[in-house]
Design a protein around this ligand. Structure first.
Ligand code: PA5
Length: 425
């Protein structure tokens, strides 16, 4: 069936004890049953099939020549969707642009290459009040309306927001915009496997049901381990990371997938880990990297820099395609060495070498092994990393589901806008 595997051997300096970790697991499970966060039960209770049936028939009529998907959102309302699309998007899918920043040069430059007639705007904000996303939409609404007219412009917009609150929900009702729901208990950074990520996945030709099945299979495995009174892998890893941080000062976590298609997974994980765990003076600092590229940068720091990191690899056992290198010439030994080698073998050697460097230097590391990169294995990986994050939060005794610092930033941004407007008047 293609299940992912978590290799923890190289972290084993601090094996977790059941008495130490079980209370945190019990608190986590009790909170999940009480509906504290929607992510845990999402694969089992997803309303995706129903939501999809409601929107799918209308889509093709609205924009028959769809060639560009503009995803408007920030933080958790953007990165999960981008991770899925970049990892698995079909080569003939529309072009995807993730407007997760408000840099006007970048937005205008991107739009130069976009035809409004063939573009779909997907506006994602759970609160319906995030300044960056609303500003983008306000501008893009004008952009669409000035080219297509008011009525037709609305056919090019889909929303995703809270079921009842916020400006976007109000607008959805007034303008009759097709709108997906983000369940109130589902935090932005835990929402990749809701309509936030599944609608872009659909447009990119990715099987959303398989993503959910992957998450559901991983959840099943986690619950089976709990049932058998075994420490689940996500909890073992969480406990080892927390121990390495507390006892050995290794409070930084590097995630380094050996796959270009999983580059955004590191960015998504960075946000998930930082925003969830940075509370009350606690937290583990994430660092995003990609193999093999960053063997030529961060590897030096990992080997010889301060001993304050643990490293997580993501290994894809078999790429969908490969090619071999053909260059037999003993007078050019470097080329000759590569003769007959496949890119798969080379990637394998690169990852093996990096792991060996870390092992030689007694640097702790772990690996998430994917038999292949597919909707099923990506669904498992996203769910595993969400579980890992939540459980790490419970071990640290902080609330992984809040984000008071981010909220303060949002409030102060609004206050500054009010002050700036006052000055102008
Ligand atoms: O994970 C989170 O809660 C945040 O990163 C949010 O996703 C981000 O701040 C965007 O919020 P919203 O979806 O309300 O626009």
């Amino acid at each position: 069936m293609g299940l992912i595997r978590i290799e923890l051997e190289n972290l084993r300096a601090n094996p977790p004890s059941k008495t130490a970790v079980w209370p945190a697991l019990e608190r986590f499970l009790a909170d999940m049953d009480a509906g504290r966060s929607g992510f845990f039960h999402l694969p089992a209770r997803s309303s995706w099939e129903r939501e999809l049936a409601a929107i799918k028939p209308a889509l093709a009529h609205r924009i028959p020549e769809l060639d560009t998907f503009l995803h408007l959102g920030i933080g958790g309302s953007s990165l999960g969707a981008e991770t899925i699309v970049r990892a698995l998007g079909a080569s003939r899918a529309p072009a995807f642009h993730f407007f997760n920043n408000i840099d006007p040069d970048w937005i205008l430059h991107t739009l130069e290459r976009v035809s409004p007639h063939k573009a779909l705007l997907y506006v994602v904000t759970k609160s319906g009040g995030t300044m960056e996303t609303l500003a983008q939409f306000a501008f893009l609404r004008q952009w669409l309306e000035s080219r297509l007219g008011k009525e037709r412009a609305r056919n090019h917009v889909v929303f995703c927001t809270d079921p009842s609150k916020g400006d976007l929900r109000a607008l959805a009702l007034e303008w009759k915009i097709p709108t997906f729901e983000i369940p109130p208990s589902l935090g932005g950074r835990f929402s990749a496997l809701s309509a936030v990520g599944l609608f872009p996945a659909l447009v990119a030709g990715i099987d959303g049901a398989r993503l959910l099945k992957g998450a559901s299979d991983y959840r099943k495995r986690f619950l089976e381990q709990v049932e058998k009174s075994e420490i689940p892998d996500a909890l073992s890893l969480a406990s080892m990371l927390v121990d390495h941080a507390r006892k050995n000062g290794r409070a930084m976590t590097v995630l380094m997938p050996y796959s270009q298609r999983l580059k955004t997974l590191s960015a998504w994980f960075t946000q998930l880990w930082a925003e969830s765990l940075g509370k009350n003076g606690h937290g583990l600092t994430p660092i995003a990297a990609t193999g093999a590229t960053d063997q030529h940068s961060i590897l030096q720091l990992l080997r010889d820099g301060p001993q304050d990191k643990t490293v997580g690899f993501v290994e894809v056992k078999g790429f969908d395609q490969t090619f071999d290198i053909q260059w037999h010439d003993p007078t050019l030994p470097a080329f000759d060495l590569l003769n007959g080698v496949t890119m798969n073998q080379l990637m394998d050697a690169e990852l093996g070498a990096t792991r060996q460097v870390l092992t030689n230097g007694a640097r702790p590391h772990f690996t998430i092994v994917l038999p292949r990169l597919s909707a099923h294995t990506l669904g498992q990986t996203l769910y595993f990393l969400e579980l890992l994050t939540a459980l790490t939060g419970y071990l640290l005794e902080i609330d992984p589901f809040g984000q008071p610092g981010v909220e303060e930033g949002k409030i102060l941004t609004k206050q500054r806008i009010v002050a700036a407007k006052r000055k102008l008047n």
